[in-house]
Write a protein of this length. Structure first.
Length: 468
C-alpha cells in the first residue's frame, strides 16, 4: 500500500498501536491537550543548562534524629541519639551521619519548613505540588507534581535522555503511590518511571531497547504509527498518545540514553563509595542521568531492607516510624548508615565533577515526626517500643549545589522541635528556589487546569534568600 493513501485502520491497527505504545512514557489521553500545549507555549523560555536531583524519603523522616537534634530537650523529646559537630558552627547532625559531617560545607539545611497536612496522602500531595491536596484519603493529585511541571516547561528539550526520570522499589512504580501524578498536564509529562536495584548484577532498565522479538517489526510499526498520525479524524487523545510515543521512540533509539543508564562502566571504587545497595546505586545513576542532560531525576529511598540487608522485625519498610511500625531507633541504626553513605557520596561526586552549579540536590520527605516520643506495642515484635507519629509542623530539608550558598542552616525550630522559631517557610518557597535554579519563571508561568482556567505554576512562594 502506498503510504500517502494510508487510511485510518480498524481495531486491529489500534491494538497494534497500543501494543507498541506500552513503551511510551505515560499512556492514556487527556482532554483539551492541544489547547493546553498552545496556552503553555511560553513556559520556560529562559531555561538554563541546569537540573535537579530529588531524593524522596516517603513516610516522613524524623527531623530530631537526623538534621535538627535537641540534646537539651527532656528525654521524652530528645531520644537516644546525640548530635555530632561539623566544620560549620551550628550545623550539627546525628551521630549516625558521620559522612555528612565531613561534607557539611557542601550542603545547607532548612529547618523551618512546615505545613498543616498530617496524612501521608495529603502531606505528599501538598509538599510535591505546593497546593491544597483536595482529597486527602488518596494519593491521586488534582495538581501536577513539580517534576511534571518541570517536564512541561522543558518539553522541547531533546538531549537523548528523558527529561524526567523516577526510580523506585519493585511494586512501587505506580504514579499514584506517592502523588507523582501530572493532573491537568498531559501524560507525556509523567516521569519515565521504573523499579529496580542497580546494585544487582542482573539490573536492567525496562523498555530501554527494542525487544529482540519486535525489533524486526519496528519499521512496519513506524509506518503504521505514521499513518495513524495522518488520520483526518485523529482525536486529541491520539495526539497525547503520539507525544508519549514520540518520547518512547527517542528513548529506544538513543545511544545517549543507553550510556546514561549504564552504570557498569563506573569504577568499583566509586560504586563502593556510594554503597553497593539500591539506594547508593540509584544515587550514582541519578548523577549519570543529569550529567547526560536529564532535567529532573527523582530517586526514591524508601526501603533499606534490600540488597543483602536482612529484614529486621524491629524495622519498617519506609520512613514511617510509628511505634506500632518499628522500634524507631533500631530501625534508624540500620537505615541511617546506608543513607549517610549514598547522600554524602552524591554530594562529593557532584562537586568533584564540577556539577555543583549545574545540579541542585534536594532531599526531603513529606513531613517530620512528632517531637514527643510515643511508646506502643509493635505489630511485629509484640512488645512496647519507641516511635514518633506524623508531624507537618516541623521538618528538615537538605539542599546541595545549584550554585547556592552552602554550609549554613536556614531557620530553626523551638527548643523541643515542635514548630518554626526563626524564618518560617513553606514548601512553595522551596520550589520557587528550585524553579529559579532551573530558569523557570514561577511568577509568570501558568497552565490551564481541568476547566481551562489558567493556574500559576505556584500559588505563592519566593526563593529562599539565604540560599540564593
Amino acid at each position: 500500500m502506498n503510504k500517502s493513501s494510508f487510511l485510518c485502520p480498524g481495531p486491529l491497527g489500534r491494538r497494534e498501536f497500543l501494543k507498541f505504545g506500552s513503551l511510551a512514557l505515560g499512556g492514556g489521553g487527556i482532554s483539551n491537550l492541544l489547547a493546553r500545549r498552545a496556552a503553555a507555549k511560553e513556559a520556560g523560555q529562559s531555561l538554563q543548562d541546569t537540573s535537579v536531583i530529588f531524593l524522596w524519603l516517603p513516610g516522613g523522616p524524623p527531623h530530631m534524629e537526623t538534621y535538627d537534634m535537641k540534646p537539651d530537650a527532656p528525654s521524652e523529646y530528645r531520644g537516644e541519639f546525640r548530635p555530632i559537630p561539623t566544620a560549620i558552627p551550628g550545623l550539627d547532625v546525628c551521630e549516625h551521619l558521620p559522612l555528612h559531617a565531613k561534607v557539611a560545607d557542601r550542603f545547607s539545611l532548612i529547618r523551618s519548613i512546615s505545613h498543616t497536612f498530617a496524612g501521608h496522602g495529603d502531606g505528599m500531595k501538598h509538599l510535591l505540588t505546593g497546593r491544597e491536596p483536595g482529597t486527602p484519603e488518596d494519593f491521586v493529585t488534582i495538581h501536577p507534581m513539580v517534576g511534571s511541571m518541570v517536564s512541561k516547561c522543558r518539553e522541547n528539550v531533546r538531549r537523548g535522555v528523558p527529561n524526567y526520570v523516577t526510580v523506585t522499589d519493585p511494586g512501587r512504580e505506580g504514579i499514584d503511590v506517592y502523588g507523582f501524578g501530572s493532573a491537568y498536564l498531559e501524560p507525556s509529562t509523567l516521569p519515565f518511571i521504573f523499579a529496580g536495584d542497580p546494585s544487582n548484577p542482573k539490573f536492567e532498565v525496562p523498555n530501554l531497547a527494542p525487544l529482540a522479538q519486535i525489533a524486526g517489526r519496528m519499521p512496519a510499526r513506524l509506518d503504521l504509527l505514521g499513518g495513524l498520525d495522518r488520520c483526518r479524524d485523529a482525536t486529541l487523545q491520539m495526539a497525547s498518545m503520539s507525544a508519549a510515543r514520540e518520547k518512547a521512540l527517542e528513548l529506544l533509539q538513543s545511544t545517549t540514553a543507553h550510556k546514561a543508564f549504564d552504570i557498569s562502566g563506573e569504577s568499583a571504587n566509586l560504586r563502593e563509595r556510594y554503597g553497593m545497595h539500591a539506594w547508593g546505586q540509584r544515587c550514582l545513576l541519578a548523577r549519570r542521568l543529569v550529567e547526560h542532560g536529564a532535567s529532573f531525576v527523582t530517586m526514591v529511598l524508601e526501603n533499606p531492607y534490600q540488597s543483602g540487608l536482612p529484614v529486621d522485625k524491629e524495622g519498617v519498610y519506609n520512613w514511617d516510624s510509628h511505634a506500632v511500625n518499628c522500634h524507631m531507633f533500631n530501625d534508624l541504626r540500620n537505615r541511617l548508615p546506608i543513607y549517610d553513605k549514598c547522600v554524602s557520596a552524591l554530594i562529593e561526586d557532584l562537586y568533584e565533577r564540577g556539577l555543583d552549579k549545574k545540579v541542585l540536590l534536594v532531599v526531603t520527605g513529606e513531613f517530620g515526626r512528632t517531637p514527643r516520643i510515643e511508646n506502643q506495642v509493635g505489630t511485629q515484635t509484640g512488645v512496647k517500643q519507641p516511635g514518633r507519629d506524623h508531624w507537618p509542623s516541623a521538618m528538615s530539608v537538605l539542599i546541595s549545589g545549584g550554585g547556592l550558598r552552602m554550609g549554613q542552616v536556614v531557620g530553626s525550630t523551638n527548643s523541643k522541635g515542635e514548630c518554626p522559631k526563626d524564618r518560617p517557610l513553606r514548601p512553595t518557597d522551596l520550589w520557587a528556589t528550585v524553579f529559579q535554579h532551573l530558569g523557570i519563571d514561577w511568577n509568570n508561568t501558568s497552565f490551564p487546569d481541568f476547566s481551562g482556567r489558567p493556574l500559576s505554576i505556584l500559588p505563592s512562594g519566593e526563593p529562599i534568600r539565604e540560599l540564593v
